[in-house]
Design a protein around this ligand. Structure first.
Ligand code: FMN
Length: 208
């Protein structure tokens, strides 16, 4: 599959067959993250491939526990607004492969100097977007395209990160390690249509 075909046909899938990627395929997918660009080439990342159903279920339990905790402690008008995310947080238990994307540390480069100079966090973020997180985005997208090229589909997930602390415990991670995304991966069970995209003219401007 050439790169444009991969980009044109990739789409999110949340229901998978039982086909498990081989260890070689897992390595190939994670290698595509390893080769992604990163700010100052910092490569502040680690990718944990979870094939174990037991570990996937324990991660999902932590997420459900977190929602239960919010349900009990949050005013209902606020909980009502977040409970929709619950359904989109744990289907990865049925994905044959789950890749947990961990930002291992976030060193301050330019932002540290601007902070010392006295600028506020808001002012700094305006001129220095979170480059570590942007780098991770590139790595996750590389994996999503690699999965697609290998005949698997995936779903990039951030909603589960709500259970950051519990998931960190299960995966033996310690701060400053931060789970920033999960990638659920598997063979698509039934063909899924890609979500509608905005027209090119709507998102593009060419200045000649
Ligand atoms: C950063 C990011 C976070 C996402 N988080 C979730 C999530 O937590 N749960 C989920 O089911 N889908 C999640 N998605 C998938 C999006 O809903 C999906 O990419 C979007 O609807 C566009 O569909 P497409 O990927 O088929 O183009 C996420 C996607 C991205 C890029």
């Amino acid at each position: 599959m050439d790169i444009f075909e991969a980009i044109d046909t990739r789409h999110t899938t949340r229901v998978y067959t039982n086909k498990k990627p081989t260890v070689d395929e897992v390595k190939r997918i994670i290698n595509s993250a390893r080769l992604a660009p990163s700010a100052v080439n910092s490569q502040n990342w680690k990718f944990i491939a979870v094939l174990s159903d037991d570990v996937k279920n324990r991660l999902a339990d932590e997420i459900l526990k977190k929602y239960d905790e919010f349900e009990k402690t949050m005013p209902s008008h606020l909980y009502d607004k977040i409970k929709g995310f619950k359904g989109h947080s744990t289907f990865f238990t049925k994905a044959p492969l789950l890749i947990v994307c961990v930002q291992t540390y976030a060193p301050k480069f330019l932002e540290g100097i601007l902070e010392e100079f006295g600028m506020t966090e808001e002012e700094i973020l305006d001129i220095r977007p979170d480059s570590q997180l942007l780098s991770m985005g590139g790595a996750v997208e590389n994996m999503s395209l690699a999965c697609h090229a290998l005949g698997y589909s995936s779903c990039w997930m951030v909603a589960p990160v709500i259970a950051q602390e519990g998931m960190r415990r299960i995966l033996n991670l310690k701060k400053p390690d931060q789970i920033v995304s999960l990638l659920a991966i598997g063979e698509e069970q039934t063909e899924t249509k890609r979500s509608a995209k905005k027209d090119l003219d709507e998102v593009m401007e060419i200045i000649e």
